[in-house]
Design a protein around this ligand. Structure first.
Ligand code: AR6
Length: 231
């Protein structure tokens, strides 16, 4: 399947004891489990309508910068569909730049079910948030808040009441959250990307000079947040 192809560089783990996951049994099944791993969606590329070519350039540029900075950490770009154009673009451009395929991979699947559905351990998950940091809206934001349960909203509000474009906030996930106990996610990092959709707040009206600047800032903030957890 596409999922297997996409994640082949990190090796496959045997699916075993799937039922145990409901009871928070997350025993280590491979040496990869101990590598700090950030799963992130392509920020701003769906509801916020950011140009995919430009977004893919920025993702590869920022991953390259932080893969080098972080050393012992993995980055996983996740999207829902095997036909995801942004995943193909990023895969091609990452190949051209020779980014270590053990440290950066693309993955097709639901970011809220990476371990239970894909046997991929990611201790940190990024969210393409809204400025209010609320569960509303659709996309990955609604999926993460729904999968994490109400404790994510409480934990988020303890850290920040809102987010400016280009900024990120690291939220430790309470161990009672299903995302923690089922998937092994210890932190969610909310990021607010640039918005090119006239129907959403802070609309940049085709200003890609500003848009690219804010998207770069957003990935820097996200990856620095991840670095602060890894250290
Ligand atoms: N798993 C993996 N990837 C996903 C999932 C999922 N469950 N759901 C969506 N994606 P978007 P944005 C991918 O629209 O453009 C919200 O309403 C999706 O295919 O979620 O930054 C917020 O409240 C796409 O590739 O985020 C904000 O207001 C990527 O995630 C606004 O949308 C980002 O799509 C943010 O818009």
């Amino acid at each position: 399947t596409d999922k297997e192809n996409d994640s082949s560089s990190i090796g496959r783990e045997e699916v075993k004891g799937g039922e145990d996951l409901a009871f928070c049994s997350l025993e280590s099944t491979s040496s990869f489990d101990n590598v700090p791993t950030l799963a992130f969606p392509p920020i701003s590329t769906a509801d916020f309508q950011f140009d995919l070519e430009k977004a893919s350039d920025i993702i590869v540029e920022k991953v390259l910068e932080f893969v080098t900075k972080l050393g012992n950490a993995r980055f996983v770009l996740v999207d829902l569909s095997s036909g995801s154009k942004i995943l193909s673009l990023v895969r091609a451009k990452a190949g051209e730049k020779n980014i270590d395929s053990g440290k950066f991979l693309t993955f097709v699947g639901d970011i809220t079910r990476l371990y239970s559905g894909g046997r991929l351990r990611c201790n940190v998950v990024a969210n393409a948030a809204n400025w209010r940091l609320k569960p509303e809206g659709g996309g990955v934001n609604a999926a993460i808040f729904s999968a994490a349960g109400p404790s994510l909203e409480t934990a988020t509000m303890e850290r920040a009441g809102s987010l400016a474009p280009g900024k990120a906030v690291v939220v430790p996930l309470p161990s009672t959250s299903p995302l923690f106990c089922r998937e092994g996610v210890t932190h969610v990092i909310h990021v607010l990307g640039p918005n090119m959709n006239p129907k959403r707040p802070n609309f940049l009206n085709k200003d890609y000079k500003k848009g690219c600047e804010v998207l770069r800032e957003a990935y820097s903030a996200l990856f620095e947040g991840f670095a602060s957890i890894v250290k």
